[in-house]
Structure formats: structure tokens, C-alpha cells
Design a protein around this ligand. Structure first.
Ligand code: DQA
Length: 145
């Protein structure tokens, strides 16, 4: 079984995109750290990023059955996508929602997450560490393997 790491639109630009908000780590850096931690925890991660709502949903639907959990940063779709929320609601595996920035300390439109109520929990504002904490939590507390 695998833990899916799903990143939404514009996260491919991490490192150069608004570094004062999102930091200087690239998505590749974050995925490398997740792969190293996964190896230590003896689990596998499958990382995917897309700028397209449909591609994110297709990836989750196609892989959920052979996966044990999802770590999701839906990026802008967090605040807009009923379709992504419905996709998460249909899953029987735990989903942890992660945001690099603290969405509750930002513009009002970012303070609503349509996906968060479908998630086991959310980590927001801890930068790339949030992804690693989500992975540790899934393995240590949810017993995901
Ligand atoms: C984000 C926060 C979203 O509001 C924004 O649209 C993103 C990134 C974050 O990780 O902080 O693209 O999900």
C-alpha cells in the first residue's frame, strides 16, 4: 500500500513563487524529504502534482483503492472546488490536508476550505514540515502502512 501525496495548482512553482509566503523549498525538495522519511518509516509514497482539477480527481480516484491514505494540498482548489471535496468525501481512507501557509491568517477567501471538513485533520502554516508531520502522524497514530 502507498500513501498518496497530492499537490494542486501552482505548487509546481514552489521555490520561485511568492517565496515570502511559501518559502524557498521547491516541490522536488519537499518530495525528496517525504521519500526519505517514508523510507525510514518503511512506507511508500506516490507523489503527484497537477494544475488541473480533473487530473487531480482522476489521480485520486485511480489510486485510492491501492493506497492507505492521502496527504492533500489542494492549493487554490481548496477554496473553490466542490468536485475535489466530493472526491475526498467518497474515500474510505484518511486524508490529511496540508497548507504551507496559515490560510486562516491570510485573505478572507482563503479562510474557507471546502475540503477540510472531509479531512481527518489539517496542518496549515508550518511550511514543508507540515507534509512530514502528516506522514509521521499517519504511520504512528493511524497505523497506516
Ligand atoms: C496553499 C494556500 C492556498 O490558499 C493557495 O492557493 C496555494 C497554496 C498553501 O499551501 O499555503 O496555492 O494551499
Amino acid at each position: 500500500m502507498t500513501i498518496l501525496i497530492v499537490n494542486g495548482p501552482n505548487l509546481n512553482l514552489l521555490g520561485q513563487r511568492e517565496p515570502e509566503i511559501y518559502g524557498t523549498s521547491t516541490l522536488q525538495d519537499i518530495e525528496n524529504s517525504l521519500n526519505s522519511l517514508a523510507e525510514k518509516l518503511n512506507v511508500k509514497v506516490n507523489c503527484f502534482q497537477s494544475n488541473s482539477e480533473g487530473d487531480l480527481i482522476d489521480f485520486i480516484q485511480q489510486n485510492a483503492r491501492s493506497s492507505s491514505a492521502v496527504i492533500l494540498n489542494g492549493a487554490g482548489f481548496t477554496h473553490t472546488s466542490v468536485a475535489l471535496r466530493d472526491c475526498i468525501a467518497a474515500l474510505s481512507i484518511p486524508v490529511i490536508e496540508v497548507h504551507l501557509s496559515n490560510i486562516h491568517a491570510r485573505e478572507e477567501f482563503r479562510q474557507t476550505s471546502l475540503t477540510a471538513p472531509m479531512a481527518r485533520g489539517i496542518i496549515s502554516g508550518l511550511g514543508p514540515t507540515g507534509y512530514l508531520l502528516a506522514l509521521e502522524y499517519l504511520v504512528s497514530t493511524e497505523g497506516v502502512s
